[in-house]
Design a binder for this molecule. Structure first.
Ligand SMILES: [Zn+2]
Length: 157
Protein backbone atom coordinates (compact mmCIF):
# COMPACT_ATOMS: atom_id res chain seq x y z
CA UNK A 1 0.00 0.00 0.00
CA UNK A 2 1.27 3.43 -0.93
CA UNK A 3 1.88 5.84 1.88
CA UNK A 4 2.56 8.90 -0.24
CA UNK A 5 0.18 11.68 0.59
CA UNK A 6 -0.62 14.37 -1.94
CA UNK A 7 0.85 17.72 -0.87
CA UNK A 8 -2.60 19.29 -1.31
CA UNK A 9 -4.02 16.72 1.10
CA UNK A 10 -1.35 17.58 3.65
CA UNK A 11 -2.19 21.27 3.30
CA UNK A 12 -5.85 20.43 3.81
CA UNK A 13 -5.06 18.51 6.98
CA UNK A 14 -2.99 21.40 8.27
CA UNK A 15 -5.90 23.77 7.70
CA UNK A 16 -8.23 21.28 9.29
CA UNK A 17 -6.00 21.13 12.33
CA UNK A 18 -5.96 24.90 12.62
CA UNK A 19 -9.70 24.86 13.19
CA UNK A 20 -9.27 22.14 15.83
CA UNK A 21 -6.47 23.91 17.54
CA UNK A 22 -5.79 27.61 16.93
CA UNK A 23 -3.52 27.65 19.99
CA UNK A 24 -1.10 25.10 18.56
CA UNK A 25 1.00 24.92 15.45
CA UNK A 26 2.48 21.99 13.54
CA UNK A 27 6.26 21.99 13.80
CA UNK A 28 6.91 18.61 12.21
CA UNK A 29 5.10 15.81 10.44
CA UNK A 30 5.86 12.24 9.51
CA UNK A 31 4.08 9.67 7.41
CA UNK A 32 4.60 6.04 8.33
CA UNK A 33 2.76 3.25 6.54
CA UNK A 34 -0.88 4.24 6.98
CA UNK A 35 -0.26 6.74 9.77
CA UNK A 36 0.25 10.50 9.81
CA UNK A 37 2.07 11.87 12.83
CA UNK A 38 1.81 15.60 13.48
CA UNK A 39 3.95 17.28 16.12
CA UNK A 40 2.27 20.24 17.80
CA UNK A 41 3.73 23.04 19.80
CA UNK A 42 1.82 25.73 21.67
CA UNK A 43 1.55 29.27 20.28
CA UNK A 44 0.37 30.98 23.43
CA UNK A 45 1.28 30.96 27.12
CA UNK A 46 -0.58 28.36 29.15
CA UNK A 47 -3.33 29.03 31.67
CA UNK A 48 -3.00 27.88 35.24
CA UNK A 49 -5.41 24.94 35.79
CA UNK A 50 -6.16 26.22 39.28
CA UNK A 51 -6.70 30.01 39.06
CA UNK A 52 -7.14 30.29 35.28
CA UNK A 53 -4.59 33.09 34.88
CA UNK A 54 -2.18 33.07 31.96
CA UNK A 55 1.37 32.48 33.07
CA UNK A 56 4.75 32.14 31.37
CA UNK A 57 6.26 30.20 34.25
CA UNK A 58 6.76 26.71 32.89
CA UNK A 59 7.73 23.91 35.26
CA UNK A 60 8.33 21.20 32.65
CA UNK A 61 7.05 19.63 29.43
CA UNK A 62 5.88 16.28 28.33
CA UNK A 63 4.51 14.85 25.11
CA UNK A 64 1.04 13.38 24.90
CA UNK A 65 0.19 11.28 21.85
CA UNK A 66 -3.47 11.18 20.92
CA UNK A 67 -5.34 9.75 17.99
CA UNK A 68 -7.52 12.09 15.98
CA UNK A 69 -10.15 11.21 13.38
CA UNK A 70 -8.75 9.60 10.25
CA UNK A 71 -7.75 11.69 7.29
CA UNK A 72 -7.91 10.40 3.69
CA UNK A 73 -7.63 6.81 4.93
CA UNK A 74 -4.69 7.54 7.22
CA UNK A 75 -4.75 7.21 10.98
CA UNK A 76 -3.83 10.58 12.47
CA UNK A 77 -1.71 10.83 15.60
CA UNK A 78 -1.09 14.17 17.26
CA UNK A 79 2.02 14.56 19.39
CA UNK A 80 1.02 17.37 21.70
CA UNK A 81 3.59 19.24 23.74
CA UNK A 82 1.94 19.72 27.12
CA UNK A 83 3.26 22.12 29.74
CA UNK A 84 3.17 22.03 33.50
CA UNK A 85 2.93 25.52 34.92
CA UNK A 86 4.35 26.79 38.16
CA UNK A 87 1.88 29.57 38.84
CA UNK A 88 2.41 32.43 41.32
CA UNK A 89 -0.87 31.27 42.95
CA UNK A 90 1.06 28.24 44.22
CA UNK A 91 -0.30 25.72 41.78
CA UNK A 92 1.96 23.34 39.89
CA UNK A 93 -0.24 21.65 37.35
CA UNK A 94 -0.80 20.65 33.75
CA UNK A 95 -2.36 23.08 31.34
CA UNK A 96 -5.71 22.11 29.86
CA UNK A 97 -6.17 21.68 26.14
CA UNK A 98 -9.66 22.62 24.90
CA UNK A 99 -10.03 19.62 22.61
CA UNK A 100 -8.52 17.06 25.01
CA UNK A 101 -11.05 17.22 27.81
CA UNK A 102 -11.09 13.53 28.53
CA UNK A 103 -8.17 11.61 29.97
CA UNK A 104 -8.03 9.40 26.93
CA UNK A 105 -5.61 8.66 24.12
CA UNK A 106 -8.02 10.17 21.59
CA UNK A 107 -9.23 13.71 20.87
CA UNK A 108 -12.68 14.92 21.91
CA UNK A 109 -13.84 14.93 18.30
CA UNK A 110 -12.75 11.28 17.96
CA UNK A 111 -14.85 10.55 21.06
CA UNK A 112 -17.81 12.33 19.46
CA UNK A 113 -17.33 10.46 16.19
CA UNK A 114 -17.17 7.04 17.89
CA UNK A 115 -20.25 7.89 19.93
CA UNK A 116 -22.15 8.99 16.82
CA UNK A 117 -21.43 5.58 15.24
CA UNK A 118 -22.68 3.85 18.41
CA UNK A 119 -25.77 6.06 18.41
CA UNK A 120 -26.49 5.02 14.82
CA UNK A 121 -26.85 1.43 16.05
CA UNK A 122 -23.39 -0.03 15.41
CA UNK A 123 -22.15 -2.48 18.04
CA UNK A 124 -19.14 -1.83 20.24
CA UNK A 125 -17.20 -4.53 18.34
CA UNK A 126 -18.09 -3.05 14.94
CA UNK A 127 -17.01 0.46 15.96
CA UNK A 128 -13.83 -0.91 17.50
CA UNK A 129 -13.00 -2.71 14.23
CA UNK A 130 -13.89 0.21 11.98
CA UNK A 131 -11.90 2.81 13.94
CA UNK A 132 -9.15 0.35 14.95
CA UNK A 133 -9.49 1.40 18.57
CA UNK A 134 -9.52 -0.84 21.66
CA UNK A 135 -12.77 -2.60 22.39
CA UNK A 136 -12.50 -1.54 26.06
CA UNK A 137 -12.23 2.11 25.07
CA UNK A 138 -15.28 1.93 22.79
CA UNK A 139 -17.19 0.10 25.52
CA UNK A 140 -16.37 2.93 27.93
CA UNK A 141 -17.49 5.57 25.40
CA UNK A 142 -20.73 3.69 24.93
CA UNK A 143 -21.39 3.62 28.68
CA UNK A 144 -20.75 7.38 28.89
CA UNK A 145 -23.09 7.94 25.95
CA UNK A 146 -25.87 5.85 27.51
CA UNK A 147 -25.41 7.53 30.89
CA UNK A 148 -25.57 11.05 29.43
CA UNK A 149 -28.70 9.99 27.51
CA UNK A 150 -30.32 8.90 30.77
CA UNK A 151 -29.38 12.15 32.50
CA UNK A 152 -30.89 14.14 29.65
CA UNK A 153 -34.12 12.14 29.79
CA UNK A 154 -34.41 12.70 33.52
CA UNK A 155 -33.98 16.46 33.22
CA UNK A 156 -36.65 16.70 30.52
CA UNK A 157 -40.06 17.77 31.87
ZN1 LIG B 1 -2.64 29.89 39.33
Amino acid sequence: MSSILEPSAVAKEFNYLKTLSPKQTIVDSRIEQNEIHLFLEPLVDPQCPSCGKTTNRIHDFHERVVRDIDFEGFKVFLHVKMRRVRCPCGCVGRERIDWLGKRLRITDRMVAYAQSLLASGMTVSAVSRQLKLDWDLIKKLNLWRLRSGLTQQKSEP
